[in-house]
Each structure stands twice: as structure tokens, then as C-alpha cells.
Design a binder for this molecule. Structure first.
Ligand code: PEP
Length: 253
């Protein structure tokens, strides 16, 4: 038996609507749908509607926003609210991606406000957490993700539509990634922390950071890894289709 897996593509600041349409035309010829697998695309905001329209009728191929503002409307030039993202076809939103935290100065408190807005607005929240290289070398990985999880998820209801993505900052876009065993160990800690926050043990936890067709299988074989969040390798339809075709056994089978 294969375990259900979630594959998430973070396109970052790439693929305008025309390019996104061309990507999906190619991807859909390569993709082999199967039960128990979900794929979520996080295109830039300008391409949300195009991607949503192209994926209509393809169950388990979903689209989400890369970031949202916590206010639902107003004078926030350049920002995308949850209702705007929903109106463009999004069913999920990334929150707290390390590029938002480290390049745009997003605070734990703002991440928490965004999680609340996403869940309150009826979207799935994909919360990203992860340590920097300095923090890893100082041995504070678990303390860092504990702080990020507690800040963002305290008070979130157990039935909330939540996914957590563990993305060590030093592994994003660098070609370096955590060993599958290291990723699994941090995922195990995250699962215990989620349970301590009153959230279900079954909450899906994705790994992200330089995932490629060559390393994805070993990562998703880990018992605590429920899927992957992919940046660079999700920008090529063939490499993304290969990643999305990966299967893994159910632990204990
Ligand atoms: C990401 O942006 O979330 C990411 C994991 O990027 P990459 O796969 O390029 O490391």
C-alpha cells in the first residue's frame, strides 16, 4: 500500500499567466493522477486565476496563494487578502515562508495573524517553519520551530485545515538539503509539539529545501514525512511531474 502524499509547488516570483498556462498544459500531459495524492500549486498572485481555471475538473490538483494579508480588505497597497485569493480560485495559502520572514521582516506575530485570517477565511493554511544555519549549528533547531509553532498555532482549533512545512532555511534554494533521517527526526519533534498545542497527531508535515527528482523518494519514505514543498524543481513541468509521481510505502506495512 502507498501512503497519501501532498506535493506543493512554490513558484515564488516566476511564471506570469501565459507562462503558467503553458506550464500546466505540459504538466497535465505528463501527470499520472492517482488516489491519495494531492498537488497544490502556489503561483504568484497575478497567475492564481489562470492556474485555478486550468485545473478545474482535476480533482486533487489545487491552487493557493503564496502570502496573504491578515486584513480582509482596505488600504494595503500591493497586498492580497484571503477573500481576494479565494475569489481568484485559491483553496490554500502559504504562511510564514522563510523568504517572508527573512527578506520581508515578517514577525511571528504577523505570521499568527495570517494563520488566523487564512483559517477564518476558509482556506487551508500551510505554515512554514525552520531554522537558519546558525541556529542549527547552535543546536537550537527544535527550540526555534517550537517558538514558531507556538506563536502561530496557539489557540488554533484541532479541526483546523492546517499543514505544516518544515523548511530549514539553509536548505532553501541552496542545493543542500537535510538528510532524510535528519528531516524525519525534526518532523517527529514537530508532531509532538503540535500534539502539545492540542492539534491532531495526523496533521500533515511536509519537508522543503532543495527537493529534486533525485532525492524526493528517500525523503517521502521517511515515516514522519507526509509530502514535500518544492521551489526550484517545481518550475520545470517534467521535473515537477516526476516528483509528483513519487510513491512511498505506509510505515509498518
Ligand atoms: C521553497 O521555496 O519553499 C523551497 C523549498 O525552495 P527550493 O525547493 O528551491 O529549495
Amino acid at each position: 500500500m502507498s501512503k497519501p502524499l501532498l506535493f506543493a509547488a512554490n513558484w515564488k516570483m516566476h511564471l506570469h499567466p501565459g507562462e503558467a498556462g503553458t506550464f500546466l498544459d505540459r504538466f497535465l500531459t505528463l501527470d499520472v493522477p492517482r488516489s491519495g495524492r494531492t498537488v497544490v500549486f502556489f503561483p504568484p498572485a497575478v497567475s492564481l486565476q489562470t492556474v485555478a481555471a486550468r485545473l478545474e475538473g482535476h480533482d486533487h490538483l489545487l491552487v493557493g496563494a503564496q502570502d496573504v494579508h491578515w486584513e480582509s480588505a482596505g488600504a494595503f497597497t500591493g497586498a492580497t487578502s484571503v477573500p481576494l485569493a479565494r475569489g481568484a480560485g485559491a483553496s490554500a495559502a502559504l504562511v510564514g515562508h522563510s523568504e517572508r520572514r527573512h527578506l520581508f521582516g515578517e514577525t511571528d506575530q504577523e505570521t499568527a495573524q495570517k494563520v488566523a485570517a487564512v483559517l477564518g477565511g476558509g482556506l487551508q493554511a500551510m505554515l512554514c517553519v525552520g531554522e537558519t544555519l546558525d541556529q542549527r549549528e547552535a543546536g537550537t533547531t527544535v527550540a526555534v520551530v517550537e517558538r514558531q509553532l507556538a506563536a502561530a498555532l496557539t489557540g488554533v482549533a484541532p479541526q483546523a485545515d492546517l499543514v505544516v512545512a518544515y523548511e530549514p532555511v539553509w536548505a532553501i534554494g541552496t542545493g543542500r538539503n537535510a538528510t532524510p533521517e535528519d528531516a524525519n527526526a525534526v518532523h517527529r519533534s514537530i508532531r509532538e509539539l503540535l500534539v502539545g498545542l492540542g492539534l491532531p497527531r495526523s496533521t500533515r508535515i511536509l519537508y522543503g529545501g532543495s527537493v529534486k527528482p533525485e532525492n524526493v523518494a528517500a525523503l517521502v519514505e521517511q515515516p514522519e514525512v507526509d509530502g514535500v514543498l518544492v521551489g526550484g524543481a517545481s518550475l520545470d513541468p517534467a521535473s515537477w511531474a516526476t516528483i509528483c509521481a513519487t510513491m512511498a510505502g505506509v510505515p509498518g506495512d
